[in-house]
Design a protein around this ligand. Structure first.
Ligand code: AVJ
Length: 326
């Protein structure tokens, strides 16, 4: 059997969690919404457009770096089992599959993603192009469903690319890395993690506030998602996009600012949310790392740096990590 798909997402439970998240976030003193709600179909397309913007360096930098290091880092390691967290369209994965399956080796690919349709389309494409590949897809949320990743079949490589880890605050980051350590039971297993690096503030801020306004549209799209999910009447255009680098916290913050007073009704929640002029919703943090901060967060989870790679400008990091103590 070359293909299997497990579903660990219950639509009703997901809706209930969204409602709880929205209620908590919009009734707090600092209003906030979790960035995972950016990604409906429209949001995913907007993110794809972001990755093509001249200002948004992370995706293309990581891709080029990956192409450069795969022969050395993956070619030598030769994984049998490749787990990808937040797999999405798995575009970068092909480079890794090429190296892993070179010489006609049997490889299993285990993508985990919240979007079933994306997983199905990705699996179909890979199964067509890699005749010796098997795919065990898992539909689920990487913050909840790592335990549903099947046990390894041979040497395992886990992939967590795109600096998605940068969206998590320290406690969630710790929980996630502990979970990743849990699916790498063997000393010979490896994690390949992509981290966006601390750099010049101007470059960072331009990447999250592009001239064409795509990131503004992406930010506002979260309000459309909320409107649809809880019968809300947010006017996305009444909120201004604001993105800045918080140096003390090493993170880009994205906010939606109500320049004039707003009253928003969320029908399904029986909730009215008021905004004073200038009040904002904090929609995303995107943490930036250094080699040192990466090493520390990995060590807390029982992982050690095996190899550290960056592009010539030191913009983006790819770290190959191995299980150590815990
Ligand atoms: C998908 C989380 C890596 O933080 O850079 C892009 C999302 N937000 N522009 C990031 C994003 C605004 C992106 N990640």
């Amino acid at each position: 059997m070359r293909y299997r798909l497990d579903i660990h997402t219950d639509e009703r439970a997901r809706q209930e969690r969204l409602e709880a998240d929205v209620r908590r976030g919009l009734t707090a003193r600092q209003k906030s919404l979790p960035p995972k709600y950016f990604y409906d179909r429209a949001g995913s397309l907007l993110f794809e457009r972001i990755t093509e913007l001249p200002e948004y360096y992370p995706t293309r930098t990581e891709s080029a770096l990956l192409a450069e290091i795969v022969p050395e880092s993956i070619g030598a390691f030769r994984p049998d089992d490749i787990v990808e967290i937040g797999a999405g369209s798995s575009e970068k994965t092909r480079r890794i599959l090429d190296a892993a399956s070179a010489g006609g080796r049997d490889v299993r690919y285990v993508p985990l993603d919240v979007d079933r349709l994306t997983l199905e389309a990705t699996a179909a494409g890979l199964l067509r192009d890699y005749p010796r590949l098997s795919v065990h897809a898992v539909v689920g949320d990487f913050e909840r469903d790592l335990a549903h990743v099947p046990p390894p079949r041979g040497r395992r490589l886990a992939l967590f690319l795109g600096s998605t880890i940068g969206n998590l605050d320290a406690p969630e980051r710790r929980r996630l890395l502990a979970g990743l350590r849990g699916i790498l039971p063997d000393r010979g297993d490896r994690l390949l993690l992509g981290v966006d690096l601390v750099k010049d503030v101007k470059l960072l801020e331009a990447a999250y506030d592009d001239a064409a306004g795509v990131t503004r549209d992406f930010n506002r799209n979260i309000l459309r998602v909320i409107n649809r999910a809880v019968d809300g009447d947010f006017q996305p255009e009444a909120f201004r996009h604001r993105a800045f680098y918080n140096e003390a916290a090493s993170r880009i913050e994205m906010h939606l600012v109500a320049d004039a007073a707003q009253t928003v009704k969320l029908g399904r929640l029986g909730l009215t949310v008021r905004f004073r002029p200038g009040e904002d919703i904090w929609t995303e943090s995107s943490y930036k790392f250094t080699r040192e901060s990466t090493e520390t967060m990995l060590a807390e989870a029982g992982l050690a740096i095996d190899a550290w790679y960056t592009d010539a400008e030191g913009r983006f990091g790819l770290v190959l990590a191995r299980p150590c103590s815990p």
